[in-house]
Design a protein around this ligand. Structure first.
Ligand code: SF4
Length: 267
């Protein structure tokens, strides 16, 4: 039996209460591991966050943050988006990819906000998901980060990691959201989402997770999905805190190559 098999077996008889306890312990370790976790999109108002989140589809937050300073200066209110010149906005959004569809979404978003919500972004999930370009994931990002309403954001990292953690065995984002909501206290939902996403970008990569340099190794049924030897695992850590991440996992930070610290994480 390989390492993952052994690890999975160790958690095989876990009760629902045991899983909840383990999930909360893992959430605590994630909080210690990623004290810098935050929403990586730049914004100053709920409308700006809604716009940035729509633009973040199929691109990186870094790329969105390069485009939004000019965009937010040009378009301040919902009415500005509603009245936007399509060609001009498309040019501004071009670097984010899918710029025609994104322009369409932003203009329609502005029009709907003006027509139905007096130009103000609503703060309730059902109202948000009824807006053009805003799905459940985007709505939860907006609720959690612009309105302070706890929300779980199930993106590709969150889905992969919660399955690896053995918190869920599920691919459907909405089902994952409800299952995790049952494991983790509501007040922690928003920050948990950021921390899991940070862990996915910096440690628990899709192809080669850095199991041997992971602070969650002792509690993770998927330990062994990636290299478990410290030198090989340390090379996989990414982001500006890669050395701190190694140290937190009890691995010599000098094993982390310089390039790892400067390499951008996965989108
Ligand atoms: S890196 Fe490995 S041990 Fe850590 S959470 Fe991912 S699969 Fe589990």
């Amino acid at each position: 039996m390989n390492l993952v098999g052994r690890s999975v077996k160790r958690f095989a008889g876990e009760t629902p209460i045991g899983r909840k306890r383990r999930a909360r312990k893992m959430a605590k370790v994630l909080a210690e591991t990623h004290p810098d976790a935050h929403c990586e999109l730049d914004f100053t108002t709920p409308l700006e966050l809604a716009v940035a989140t729509i633009l973040s589809a199929q691109t990186t937050d870094v790329r969105v943050n390069q485009v939004t300073p000019t965009l937010f200066k040009r378009y301040v209110s919902a009415a500005d988006y509603a009245a936007a010149d399509r060609t001009e906005m498309e040019e501004l959004l071009r670097p984010t990819g899918f710029f025609r569809a994104k322009t369409d979404s932003l203009i329609k978003l502005g029009q709907t906000l003006v027509d139905k919500h007096d130009g103000v972004l609503p703060a309730k999930l059902p109202d948000l998901v009824a807006l053009p370009g805003i799905g459940r994931k985007t709505a939860n990002v907006i609720l959690g980060n612009a309105f302070g309403v706890p929300g779980i954001t199930v993106d590709t990292h969150f889905r992969r990691l919660t399955n690896r953690f053995g918190w869920v065995q599920e691919e459907d984002p909405v089902k994952i959201e409800f299952l995790v909501a049952d494991l983790i206290e509501k007040r922690d939902w928003t920050m948990l989402s950021h921390r899991v996403i940070f862990h996915g970008r910096r440690v628990c990569h899709a192809r080669k997770p850095a199991c041997g340099a992971c602070t969650l190794a002792a509690m993770c049924p998927s330990y062994g999905a990636g290299p478990t030897e410290a030198p090989a695992a340390a090379k996989l850590l990414k982001g500006p805190r890669a050395r701190d991440l190694a140290a937190a996992a009890g691995v010599d930070p000098d094993l982390v190559p310089v390039a790892a610290v400067t390499t951008p994480e996965a989108p």
